[in-house]
Design a protein around this ligand. Structure first.
Ligand code: FEO
Length: 374
């Protein structure tokens, strides 16, 4: 990063669930940046759990911010807005008009109402050597979001985009956790990401997100992945076999099916974190959902999985449905109903009904399904 840009964020290594729902074995970082220039800009704050460390990091820099630039108001970045505005009485808060309207939901904005500057696309802010450009990014993934591009260092401060779960060390692998982060946090808003891409400058050399490592060097792979992900494109041709089995018979069928499909990935929805299951579903172009029937409906882990896929904009995929049921199989019909509300999902016909244990007839049916998927 440019020598004037100082990272003062905090890595919360002990957090177990981000957003109280996504497991983060390596925690998560809340990134925050200072730009030291004739005028000092502070970009975003932090989460309430890390407030004390963040205040200490800021204070240690010995700089008084002239501007607090708020890219994103979600509480994991905005917990210290009120503190900053009280601590630095000359500091002006810079945000979008939408953020200004939402600000009272996060802070007592009445206290600093005369120090709020609203900006939009094309607006600039000169700090001296650094010329900042504002790029609104509504619905990536909240309505008030904007990004900041520093002309001088060619750094894009990208709000939540290009973030990653885990620690902020650049040496850690990025793609798998970046993908899990993208689809679960931003996945629903691919169109908004595409709209943003049309507005971004082409000469970006550094991406400084609000979570995970700063991305530097050759950015092609990150930009290319975001292009694929935000258009719901296929990153890797392949088949995900996702199963939800009560007593193991559906599990046996899933594992047998996998032996007929080279490179198929099999996941047990009862034992796989749902955010990871969602990420794997988006990775491939084909998926087999194999579920037991339960209470005349879909065995709940599969129902939860498909519901989450719908929330995240799952689309443009081929899906095969396999139900299992001993006396009144209903899961395939119920799963098909859920997928029917998603865009460009091709349900492979016929759907398959299994009745209990594996038999030679079952094996034959699964072989035929495998052929259709290969
Ligand atoms: Fe990292 Fe949408 O907050």
């Amino acid at each position: 990063m440019d020598k004037d840009i100082l990272a003062i964020g905090v890595w919360d290594s002990t957090l177990d669930l981000f957003e109280n729902q996504y497991p983060v074995p390596q925690g998560i970082s809340y990134n925050s940046y200072l730009i030291e220039d004739d005028k000092v800009a502070l970009i975003d704050t932090t989460d309430h759990r890390t407030a004390e460390q963040w205040r200490s990091n800021l204070t240690a820099m010995g700089l008084e911010p002239d501007y607090l630039i708020v890219q994103h108001l979600e509480p994991d970045h905005s917990s210290q807005i009120e503190w900053v505005m009280e601590r630095f009485p000359h500091c002006q808060l810079v945000c979008t008009a939408t953020a200004k309207r939402m600000l009272p939901l996060m802070a007592d904005a009445e206290k600093f109402a005369d120090r709020i500057i609203t900006v939009g696309d094309g607006d600039t802010l000169s700090l001296g050597r650094h010329e900042l450009h504002f790029v609104t990014a509504p619905m990536v993934h909240w309505p008030e979001v904007m990004m900041v591009y520093d002309d001088t260092s060619r750094t894009l401060f990208s709000a939540d985009a290009f973030g990653r779960f885990g620690n902020p060390a650049p040496a850690e692998p990025w793609t798998d956790e970046g993908r899990r982060y993208y689809y679960n946090i931003v996945g629903k808003y691919g169109t908004a990401v595409q709209t943003l891409f049309k507005k971004l400058p082409s000469e970006i050399t550094v991406i400084a997100p609000l979570h995970g490592p700063v991305l530097e060097g050759d950015l092609t792979s990150y930009l290319s992945l975001y292009q694929t992900w935000s258009t719901y494109g296929v990153e890797t041709p392949g088949v995900l076999i996702a199963y939800a089995s009560i007593h193991g018979m559906t599990a046996k069928a899933a594992k047998l099916l996998a032996t007929y499909i080279p490179c198929a990935e099999v996941i047990d929805l009862c034992r796989t974190d749902m955010s990871e299951a969602v990420e794997r579903a988006f990775l491939y172009d084909k998926m087999v959902c194999m579920a037991a029937t339960y209470d005349g409906d879909i065995f709940p882990p599969m129902h939860d999985f498909i519901h989450r896929l719908a929330l995240k904009g799952f689309s443009h995929r081929t899906v095969a449905l396999v139900e299992n049921g001993l006396w009144a199989p209903a899961a395939a019909r119920k799963m098909a109903e859920l997928f029917s509300h998603m865009k460009d999902i091709t349900i492979l016909e016929p759907t398959i009904t299994l009745r209990g244990r594996l038999t030679p007839a079952t094996e034959s049916v699964l072989r035929t399904l495998a052929k259709a998927l290969n």
